[in-house]
Design a binder for this molecule. Structure first.
Ligand code: LLP
Length: 414
């Protein structure tokens, strides 16, 4: 199967015409499918899934995941508030704090969500402010992995997690303030290429739990990091085999622990990346020497992954698909921002492009809009979610991007 075939090409063109471009389009049904697929990897009966909403905080996608029974991993006061406002209960939300202020700690604590704490310093302040509370402790699994250095969260180079060697100090603080450790957490990185690294992180944390005393433990959280396909021909990770293996590992861990615990994960990218597309219009074709430069009406602040991580995002010329053009040519696809690095693709073979064509940038549902900004004072795109729950009735949710004047009004705080 061609993973990047666009079966809905007419629908994409229609959306581009009706809403204009640049446009983020999300397929709600695909998010539901990904959620069900994720759950199906694991045979262990008590699996908790907390969507890492930093990947995409679109409220319609959050509601869809809420309907499916998913929970939330939030990382800021505003993320917690948004999750509550779209319908999650405080008991569905874990707040994974990192380098927070006392003010933020107080504000989030008032919302009644579980804190996942990743430094001795914050644990001490939390214990002092809220003695007797339930808490989750985040440890550094000391496994270094992820698709790029900037997203590796284990090992000596990272700011995340309590060092495994500090377990005694962490437990001493908990006992001083009567904190009940209901969860232990690790997250090794994002876009983890090999499941063996995920299993190494999981084993490290299970070893820690086995060697220490956690009488109140309810769950062990193994974070996110599940890969999706960005590039044709890329290796597909076999998460079914992984799921079977870690289900067996966790089951035998629970037997030796003496109690059934919940095995928890926090996928972000896996649930939403492939459900999202960024549609752009070609407005300029030019040559620079031999290079064919294709200019489009979006830029890196609207999808920063290619520039920030050198990430590959597949690009299809939707208009050429409709025309049934078969010729392909080599292009650099660039954006409308005043920086040379503002490039979505370099030396990319794409069906022959004309000005006015609509290009589809694939796998844009995770860390696309969510990492966006308004550099050069260009507003973020409109977002559309189409949800086809029963296969017949299509429900369309639109969040309109700001016009230039509305953006200026927000700058002038009007
Ligand atoms: N849990 C924790 C504690 C995390 O820090 C993250 C991601 C996740 C879960 C979800 O990871 P995922 O399943 O999405 O890999 N902007 C980067 C990714 C940054 C991930 C940050 N933490 C990118 O575009 O690749």
């Amino acid at each position: 199967m061609d993973h990047f075939a666009l079966k809905n090409k007419e629908q994409l063109l229609d959306l581009a015409v009706r809403h204009g471009t640049p446009l983020y389009y999300y397929d709600g049904a695909r998010v539901r499918e990904q959620y069900k697929l994720f759950r199906s990897f694991f045979s262990f009966p008590h699996v908790g899934v907390h969507y890492a909403m930093k990947a995409n905080y679109n409220p319609t996608l959050l509601r869809i995941l809420c309907e499916e029974g998913c929970n939330i991993d939030a990382v800021s006061h505003a993320e917690v508030l948004l999750a509550l406002q779209v319908g999650f209960r405080s008991s569905d939300i874990m707040y994974t704090s990192n380098m927070i202020s006392d003010t933020e700690m107080q504000a989030v604590a008032a919302l009644g969500v579980l804190f996942n704490i990743d430094s001795l310093s914050r644990l001490e302040k939390f214990g002092c402010a809220f003695p007797g509370s339930r808490v989750c402790l985040r440890f550094n699994p000391e496994v270094v992995t992820g698709h790029h250095d900037n997203v590796k969260t284990g090992g000596d180079e990272t700011k995340f997690g309590i060092n495994l060697r500090n377990i005694d100090s962490a437990l001493a603080i908990c006992s001083q303030y009567g904190l009940r450790v209901v969860g232990v957490h690790e997250h090794a990185g994002s876009g983890i290429p090999e499941t063996v690294d995920m299993e190494a992180g999981m084993s490290a944390i299970l070893r820690l739990v086995t060697l220490s005393r956690f009488p109140d433990l309810e769950f062990v959280d193994f974070g996110g990091g599940f890969k999706v396909l960005y590039k044709p021909g890329e290796k597909v990770v076999d998460y079914f085999t992984f799921g079977a293996s870690v289900s067996a590992m966790f089951s035998s861990f629970c037997s030796s622990f003496g109690r059934e615990l919940e095995m928890r994960f926090e996928p972000g990218r896996f649930l939403v990346a492939e459900a999202g597309y960024l549609l752009v219009t070609v407005n300029t074709l030019k040559y620079n020497g031999d290079r064919r430069i294709v200019g489009v009406d979006s830029g890196f602040p609207q999808l920063i992954r290619p520039m920030f991580y050198g990430a590959y995002h597949h690009i299809t010329n939707v208009s050429a698909l409709i025309r049934s053009d078969v010729e392909v040519e080599r292009y650099d696809v660039v954006g409308n921002i005043c920086e040379t690095g503002d490039r979505f693709a370099k030396d990319r073979m794409i069906s022959t492009i004309s000005e006015g064509d609509i290009l589809c940038i694939h796998t844009a549902g995770a860390y696309g809009f969510a990492m966006g900004g308004v550099y050069n004072l260009r507003a973020m795109p409109t977002e559309v979610v189409i949800d086809s729950t029963d296969g017949v009735t299509f429900v369309e949710f639109v969040r309109k991007g700001l016009s230039a004047q509305e953006l200026i009004d927000s700058v002038l705080s009007k």
